[in-house]
Design a protein around this ligand. Structure first.
Ligand SMILES: Nc1nc2c(ncn2[C@@H]2O[C@H](COP(=O)(O)OP(=O)(O)OP(=O)(O)O)[C@@H](O)[C@H]2O)c(=O)[nH]1
Ligand SMILES: [Mg+2]
Length: 594
């Protein structure tokens, strides 16, 4: 820790005590020594505080290393880098801003003659901007508009005038340092595992949004196709639910809407056994809604179904697909089926390369009304609680169905996070940061696809394991006899105790907490996990499920567990933090310290 400034300097102490005879300037020796000692001290302080959250007390000490004139620029840049990696929440960012920005320290650091220090200061600015605290507004520079390099160039101030020879030499050294830092940048391989629909790709998408600063309108528009398909799938499922529960279990005022829905989505062969709704329709005497059935077939405008792809067969002529559309779609598919290596970086999930016309919707107004009213009545009357567990319904899109059905609909970021595309190849996404580069491998969660996971098991730094909390009452699509949460626990157990992962840490994400919160009061957790005794308390229930997972950790791997929130800035920080921690731990293990 830096001493208080009132302490007498080494030089004056020596001179005072040797007033007679020769004295020499100890500063020449002492200053580099002091710098070295402070550097070590700062490094140790960083290590000791790695697991302690940022507080006023430790931030104060970190900042003293930045403000103190006897700390070297190497120490300053180390502290700045560390602080930039420590900002995990808005609270951290706020605290850093109030200490570092408002004391004008950041401006001083940005004006430092040392490039590494200026770079470190830019990293802090980036973090503050990520948490919507644009520190550089003070400087009149919008950090989102300028790259780090540009900002460095802007702030470049020669401390002294260099001769041409000096400049050439300094440029060569600088290039060498940059090359070295690239070479020694840590690379981490992170696998995202879990059952299908457990939220793996959503987390990757969430990281992309947070890391890359969101999507522009064009990128968002590209998700329309996926969302329309999700809506059609779910409306089809809604029709199946209505067939299963029977019209009589729904309130009378939605019967008319039911007719519209069932006519637009006629029963397929597989639904015959379940279907009793149509028979009921004929026996119910109230005539008003029966007449609606005749008109409904022409109510669906075939042109509106341009994006009804493959699996949704609503008995509507698919001619609106043009040859060009078909060609583009086939090309997109062939890239994916090329295998996982060629799929790297080249295919972005959920993005359809076909440019979309501006004014298309997928549902007619009558169908939109029908979906809204039937879904609301199912939710309000709770008639389908028992049956909903058997179906996969994307209720989020129903709650926004009027907005989605509007012409010129452009998905927002929340829509993008809810968009569902099954991952059908192993996909790699790379996140590059100054000192760490993460290669994230997103896989398919379906049972029969899991054998392919092994391709990317070797030397994984961390695993992100996703498990949906709301799965506790659901069954597997692949085998309807199996409960999804039980299956997820079995899968977790086999992953965490595998010989492949002795040096791997596990980041356990419990996802879909919003659905869990809604479901818990209606469907008791105890029904599926009889040992649970906490009732419908969200905290107790989530903790219980976490406990179930932790019981499986026989190999005693480091497990970092989190409740994943929608578009949570923290997610990215948490993942990066856990990955770095694992790299450091493994390095300590290798050196015999741990
Ligand atoms: N409500 C809610 N929905 C979520 C959450 N996380 C994911 N989802 C939705 O769950 C669905 C499945 O998510 P994905 O990320 O595609 O699941 P996956 O694990 O990648 O599935 P596969 O690729 O088939 O293995 C998507 O519609 C997501 O929008 C969440 O926290 N809350
Ligand atoms: Mg996926």
């Amino acid at each position: 820790m830096p001493p208080p400034p009132s302490v007498r300097s080494l030089h004056s102490w020596w001179s005072d005590s040797n007033s007679i005879g020769a004295t020499f300037d100890l500063h020449a020796v002492a200053k580099p020594l002091i710098r070295l000692l402070y550097h070590r001290q700062a490094r140790n302080f960083i290590k000791e505080n790695a697991a302690i959250p940022l507080s006023d007390a430790n931030a104060d000490i970190f900042l003293s290393y930045l403000a103190f004139k006897y700390t070297s620029s190497r120490t300053k840049s180390m502290v700045l880098r560390h602080l930039s990696e420590r900002v995990a929440s808005e609270k951290d960012a706020q605290m850093l801003k109030s200490n570092i920005v408002q004391s004008n320290l950041l401006v001083e650091l940005l004006n430092s003659p040392d490039e590494e220090t200026r770079y470190g200061a830019c990293l802090i600015i980036d973090q503050l901007a990520l948490h919507n605290l644009p520190a550089l507004e003070i400087q009149g520079i919008n950090p989102r508009q300028r790259s780090l390099k540009e900002r460095l160039a802007l702030k470049k101030q020669p401390a002294w005038k260099k001769t041409r020879a000096e400049k050439t030499r300094s440029d060569a050294i600088h290039r060498a340092i940059l090359e070295d830092s690239k070479r020694y940048r840590k690379e981490a391989k992170v696998l995202v595992l879990g059952l299908s629909e457990s939220g793996k790709s959503t987390i990757v998408r969430q990281m992309k949004i947070v890391h890359d600063g969101g999507c522009d309108e064009r990128e968002r528009a590209e998700y329309r196709t996926t969302i329309y398909k999700n809506v059609l799938d779910s409306v089809g499922t809604l029709a199946r639910i209505v067939r299963k529960v029977g019209i009589r279990s729904l309130p009378e005022n939605v019967w008319e809407h039911t007719a519209v829905l069932l006519a637009a989505f006629p029963a397929s062969d597989g639904d015959d056994a379940e279907s009793n709704a149509e028979t009921e329709m004929e026996s119910v005497e109230s005539g008003s809604w029966i007449t609606a059935m005749d008109s409904v077939v022409v109510d669906v405008d075939p042109v509106l179904w341009i994006t009804a792809i493959d699996s949704v067969d609503v008995g509507i002529d698919p001619t609106p697909f043009t040859d060009a559309d078909r060609k583009a779609e086939t090309e997109a598919k062939s890239v994916e089926s090329d295998g996982w290596i060629t799929a790297f970086d080249s295919v972005d999930e959920g993005v359809n390369p076909v440019p979309l016309p501006q004014t298309h919707s997928v549902l007619t107004p009558a169908l939109v009304d029908a979906v809204w009213h039937i879904w609301r009545s199912l939710a309000v009357e709770r008639v389908a609680d028992e049956h909903l567990t058997e179906f996969y319904l994307m209720e989020y899109f129903f709650s926004s169905i009027y907005r989605i059905a509007e012409p010129n609909y452009i998905p927002n970021e929340k829509d993008i996070l809810h968009a569902r595309t099954e991952t059908n190849a192993i996909r790699q996404t790379r996140f590059v940061m100054p000192s760490l580069s993460i290669h994230l491998f997103d896989v398919t969660g379906q049972r029969f696809e899991r054998k392919k996971w092994i391709q990317c098991f070797q030397s994984a730094t961390s695993i992100i394991f996703c498990a949906a909390l709301s799965d506790y009452d659901q069954v597997l699509k692949e085998d309807r006899r199996l409960n999804r949460m039980r299956e997820s626990l079995i899968l977790f157990e086999s992953v965490i105790n595998s010989r492949w992962f002795l040096r791997t840490s596990v980041i356990l994400f419990l996802t879909k907490i919003d659905l869990f919160k809604k479901k818990l009061p209606r469907i008791p957790l105890k029904r599926y996990f009889p040992e649970y005794t906490g009732g419908s308390d969200l905290n107790k229930a989530a903790k219980y499920i976490l406990w179930e997972f932790m019981q499986k950790n026989r190999a005693r791997l480091s497990v970092y567990s989190f409740l994943a929130q929608e578009k949570d800035m923290k997610t990215v920080r948490l993942i990066f933090g856990a990955v770095k921690d694992t790299i450091n731990r493994n390095a300590l293990k290798d050196s015999g310290i741990l």
